[in-house]
Design a protein around this ligand. Sequence first.
Ligand SMILES: Cc1cc2nc3c(=O)[nH]c(=O)nc-3n(C[C@H](O)[C@H](O)[C@H](O)COP(=O)(O)OP(=O)(O)OC[C@H]3O[C@@H](n4cnc5c(N)ncnc54)[C@H](O)[C@@H]3O)c2cc1C
Length: 372
Amino acid sequence: MASCDVLVVGGGPAGSTCARQLQRTGLDVMVIDKATFPRDKVCAGWITPSVVKTLDIDLDDYGKQHILQPITGFKVGILGKAQSEIRYQTAVSYGIRRIEFDDYLLRRSGARLRLGENVKSIQRQEGGWLVNGTISTPLIVGAGGNACPVARHIGSKIGGGEKVVIAKEIEFLMSPQQVEKCTIRADTPELFFCSDLKGYGWCLRKGDYLNLGFGREDTHPLSPHLEAFCNFLMRQDKLPAALPQSFHGHAYTLYGHTRRQLLADGVLIIGDAAGLATERSGEGIRPAIESALFAAQVINAAAGDYCKQRLLPYEDQLLAHFGMPSPPATGLIADAIRRSLGRILLNSLWFSRHVVLDSWFLHAEEAPRSLN
Ligand SMILES: Cc1cc2nc3c(=O)[nH]c(=O)nc-3n(C[C@H](O)[C@H](O)[C@H](O)COP(=O)(O)OP(=O)(O)OC[C@H]3O[C@@H](n4cnc5c(N)ncnc54)[C@H](O)[C@@H]3O)c2cc1C
């Protein structure tokens, strides 16, 4: 039998950030994850400077042993139409590989790790919880991603009535010949919006790795859209004809499009498990780590009394930080601009730069949170 002050379920960015913050305040934290790390995660692997700052990552140090691709521009447009190129003076984002990034954060957390163990049972017991029949803890932090078992345990109806974004992605190391032919510039990711503005595809090169994917909020299958996207990219020499692996799929919910339970007696839910990905861009790493920090703050303030009442400030902090969720009629792209207006606006360099990139994707106007 093992015990800990806090059990974090899930070792992604949300779980590792929360674990690190709690560990630093002297709590005995254990992270349990069904995967053994390093593990990959379906993701473009694009992080904003806010993430780097909040996590206090030394980029020079990180870049020595991991792929770190500074991004200084974007190409943006409607799929099949002309693209606008937008350039910045400095790096406005970075490309990382999730298989490296998540492992780095998890090892850095200093928490005890139980990897390769699926959370299958969560039972109430005197003074807290018994997980998998072997781990005893007064508090569980649910950071298990979109289908988090802890979120499910406290009553969130995962997949039921939620509006989800379905996405597929592939990331592979290009051969020297493919690198030579590749027309995607490493410092300039390309975004291709669907003509109905219900989603977008991306090509993001990180050194010699190419990541491309396609996501849509839709009830119809993604495959025809993905196939059309790949064919288009091949015609443009942006994608080699023979792909070394198949696409991996993943679903996630956007902030305001789900009503997940955020807490219960002895439980807090963070990151994708709480459905926090940013509405317009689908960025999920930043809200995952921010929610992790709010959770850690509230846990510390609760000083060992983890009844729901003491954890309630977490909900208030999320609401204050992320704002009131938009009405469900909006999504990756607001409905108001979704139809003809969106197509016209995306032809405008000003709109692509100041609204699509600076506001929706880069959150240029928002100050990062401090980890300390
Ligand atoms: C195609 C795609 C592209 C994306 N691109 C970006 C991007 O470029 N930038 C960005 O910011 N966001 C992106 N996102 C969103 C981002 O990937 C997520 O928001 C982010 O990973 C959330 O972090 P998390 O820690 O909450 O969950 P996760 O990273 O999903 O981690 C959850 C962890 O919980 C573990 N787990 C799950 N179930 C169990 C269980 N039963 N027992 C034990 N462990 C369990 C999993 O193994 C996993 O390690 C993208 C998402 C998709 C689908």
